[in-house]
Design a protein around this ligand. Sequence first.
Ligand code: UGA
Length: 456
Amino acid sequence: MRISVIGCGYLGAVHAAGMAELGHDVIGVDVDAEKIAALARAEAPFHEPGLPELLRAHRSRLLFTTDASAVRDARVHFIAVGTPQRSDSPAADTRFVDAAVEALLPHLAPGHLVVGKSTVPVGTAERLAARVRTTGARLVWNPEFLREGRAVDDTLHPDRLVYGIEAGDNESVALLDAVYEHPLTAGTPRLVTDLATAQLVKSAANAFLATKISFINAMAEVAEASGADVSQLADAIGLDARIGRAFLGAGLGFGGGCLPKDIRAFRARADELGVGDALAFLGEVDAINLRRRTRVVDVLERELGPLIGRRIAVLGLAFKPDSDDVRDSPALAVVQLLRERGAVVVATDPVAIETARRRDPLPIYVDTVEQALAGAEAVVLATEWAEYRQLDPAAAGSGVANRLVVDARNVLDVDAWRAAGWIVRGLGRAHAPSVEDPRAVESEAKRAAERQPDHV
Ligand code: UGA
């Protein structure tokens, strides 16, 4: 089938390539000429594992253009543009979605289908559906659940498909079923709902995931105050099938282009609908999440004293591994907070240095871990890239001025790092003495120094 994808960012570019992999002819449209030029050369404009391979494999089925009229031959049109946080409020800015639909209208006809994938405030799809109906075409809301870093697999093998339709629109269901024939044949569950429910499903899913992360980070705060270990706690409660271990990774918290802005937008929409109280807890979810960032800096200050002029290595800039996305990245926020307190920050990341530099050119960015560690008085593991998790603590210790590591993602083998003479501070871990108890910090530092006489 010939389809179009409007918006070729993290969502749209992967969706376009994924649809080509499913056998469709795809026209990808975006206003960003640079992005389109890269995609037209079969190059991914951002880091996403598996995407370059798909772009290259399906060159003949993929057309990328800035010319919106190129969609005229397509019958199904996916809307995959961004809905960022508004600059003047926590609500979502839906201007790009509206503009995409308006640009499509002249090319729509009866039998055509517009499929919304962007995350929108509930009520948006109903408004857009009314516009689309004026052409005789129909609109379906089909929220996207892909995760950056695993976006290709999530697109080709989704864990569910949700179609929000206008009452009785079985024709659109059949058309979308044809688009998704492969995953449906493979057994992907497909739920057909009304438009409002489909929009809410997406907001609710991201709100739940964010809440789960902030729940465990709240437990981390309590663990820090009581000497408990949040990772063991997560293992233990996670074994309850009703709770589950996924998304109970305590540490620096969530970031990226989705969860933070989506919980704020969801809350803002609930306020507009007069049910703000129902989602007031999302304000707390946001606050717990943001506190993790300052917590890292506080731990360092507790260990080192005032941070002015202290050299700190930060490993990781992306909001999560396998991505170069630094939007609302907790790692980049820590870099910035450290700099605000006067530290000399030397940061690195396997792929996100350029995106980080575009957002904040001021920190010192270096290409390798060795360069970052050279002379560092403390190390912060801020994004749990595999290569940082697997660092050899003895080798890592050779270049630093001081063997102190803050494992802000709770992923290091603490015993191995300690055996190599490191003081390891996690977040919410038993080995992270409470900031209220400086004696514990001192005695741990002393023990580590005794174990490793050459410890600086
Ligand atoms: C999220 C959702 O997981 C997707 O289902 C959704 O489609 C997407 O948003 C979206 O709305 O487009 P994504 O932003 O790619 O996907 O990232 P996640 O894997 O959800 O991670 C979000 C953040 O939570 C990261 O900063 C990660 O480090 C953090 N996280 C995750 C934790 O701090 N602890 C955990 O246990 C898990």
